[in-house]
Write a protein that binds this ligand. Structure first.
Ligand SMILES: Cc1cc2nc3c(=O)[nH]c(=O)nc-3n(C[C@H](O)[C@H](O)[C@H](O)COP(=O)(O)OP(=O)(O)OC[C@H]3O[C@@H](n4cnc5c(N)ncnc54)[C@H](O)[C@@H]3O)c2cc1C
Length: 434
């Protein structure tokens, strides 16, 4: 029995036959989606020089929203009902992979805006909340952010100290988050706080105008220089009860489901980083001569190139499978009637089919992120080596990939924690090492 089957036997129990059937997988995109991906290609090319300029000047790329808004990328996997394109997760992953070629800095905007931003609302918000917030974010009027991490609660969000108290029709939030992507300017963000009385964690939709909300840019980052990260403060921030996301106490469940999408986007972007590294390396190695012949003819340089090439293919396979699994989860949730969804939500969505689909998506996204980001950092490191001193300035694309890919093994679940998660999914919860 192949190892993948063994794993899913454990993860999905009786559903193994259904979910591990690779023959059912179709990674093709329609003609329409392929036309969209061509638009993404053109948008990426058009923004390339400006992205580099902003990177060297360490400032926010203010053309991301107009350039990508024009082609619908600001709402690629969001339903057309809310102004998005309504594309499936594979198409979205392919678009993110292409954007990733321009660097993890540019791609990070989309992860914060869509993957851990809009998709959280699409999956968990009620109809009123969706209508109120999603159209402005798909049109580009407002960006989104996801504020979970705190200075004392990173890999262990359950230990968060941000508190909320219910006072009649409002919630009052007090605490601080840090590293929040798009956090300096996002009009809408989801955040998480603990009930001061019960200790249970809930999720909230925060709007920029809310009283008691503050943010400050985090400076001196070593990479990702065209996106902004912020410390976000809730100083007795007043949140109307209508802005509770999901039910009280569902916060961690919502946060962990958001991280499936976050990991998928980081993994897809990591494939893009590797592709660009490979192109850059191959071109440089053919053009640069030392010891009387091109670097490309040296066997040790070819080793760098071969390793990157193999890692692109292995990472892609994981990313596309993870995207397909995430799409199946989305379609299952969408197939449930609104009344039944209410019921599912009261039970913490604790039904068997939902759990099996979610476990599969969660597990594959963790594997894809773990593998692809380790490979991307390795690819960037190898590429700087192939470039020699020419790769040691931020003007070189490979140098920027080196600096940016460093973050990808840390955020959306640091890779050590993901490794432990993957192992405990194989071994069973009794062997959880984190
Ligand atoms: C550029 C950037 C952007 C970010 N954007 C966002 C954002 O938009 N929103 C948001 O909420 N957060 C964001 N983060 C925060 C990010 O998710 C956290 O940094 C991440 O979860 C790790 O937490 P930490 O930094 O506190 O590290 P820690 O949790 O302190 O971990 C430090 C090290 O210890 C390891 N470790 C931790 N626990 C264990 C364990 N049990 N066993 C073995 N090893 C362990 C980790 O893997 C890591 O290597 C961002 C971070 C960065 C760097």
């Amino acid at each position: 029995m192949p190892i993948g089957w063994l794993l899913y036997l454990h993860v999905t129990g009786n559903s193994v036959q259904h979910y591990s059937n690779l023959a059912q997988m179709n990674f093709d995109v329609s003609k329409e989606q392929s036309r969209f991906l061509q638009k993404v290609e053109a948008a990426c090319k058009s923004i390339r020089d400006y992205e580099e300029k902003c990177y060297l000047e360490e400032r926010l790329n203010d053309r991301i929203v107009p350039v990508f808004g024009k082609i619908g990328m600001l709402g690629c996997p969001i339903s057309t009902k809310y102004g998005g394109l309504g594309y499936d997760m594979l198409t979205y992953a392919l678009a993110i992979e292409r954007i990733g070629e321009e660097g993890a800095s540019l791609r990070t905007f989309f992860s914060a805006h869509t993957s851990i931003g809009q998709l959280v609302l699409q999956g968990w918000a009620d109809e009123e909340q969706k209508k109120r917030h999603l159209p402005d974010t798909t049109s580009g009027k407002s960006a989104m952010a996801f504020a979970l991490t705190e200075p004392a609660a990173g890999s262990d969000p359950a230990s968060m100290t941000t508190r909320f108290e219910r006072k009649g029709d409002i919630y009052v939030l007090k605490g601080k988050k840090h590293w929040i992507g798009n956090g300096t300017f996002a009009g809408v963000m989801t955040t998480f706080a603990k009930d001061a009385a019960s200790g249970k964690i809930s999720a909230f939709i925060i709007e920029r105008h809310m009283s008691g909300l503050g943010s400050e840019e985090m400076k001196n980052k070593i990479g990702l220089l065209t996106v902004k990260n912020a410390e976000v403060y809730f100083d007795n921030c007043i949140v109307p009860k209508e802005n509770l996301l999901g039910k009280e106490g569902q916060g961690l469940n919502i946060a962990y489901s958001a991280l499936i999408d976050g990991r998928l986007s980081v993994a897809a972007g990591a494939v893009g980083i590797m592709k660009d590294c490979l192109n850059e390396c191959a071109a440089h190695a053919k053009a640069r001569e030392q010891h009387g012949s091109p670097l490309a003819k040296k066997q040790l340089i070819q080793e760098h190139i071969a390793r990157i090439a193999v890692n692109i293919v292995s990472s892609r396979w994981l990313v596309y499978r993870a995207a397909a699994a995430r799409q199946r989860l989305h379609e299952y949730v969408e197939s449930i009637k609104q009344e039944e969804r209410e019921w599912l939500s009261k039970l913490g969505r604790n039904n068997r089919e939902y759990s099996a689909l979610r476990n599969e998506a969660d597990s594959l996204a963790a594997m894809a992120k773990f593998h692809a980001t380790n490979c991307a950092f390795e690819a960037a490191n190898r590429s700087v080596q192939v470039f020699g001193s020419f790769g040691y300035r931020k003007t070189a694309r490979v140098a920027r990939h080196f600096l940016d890919s460093r973050a990808t093994t840390i955020y959306e679940g640091a890779n050590e924690v993901l490794e432990l998660k993957i192992a405990s999914q194989v071994l069973g919860d009794g062997y959880r090492a984190y």
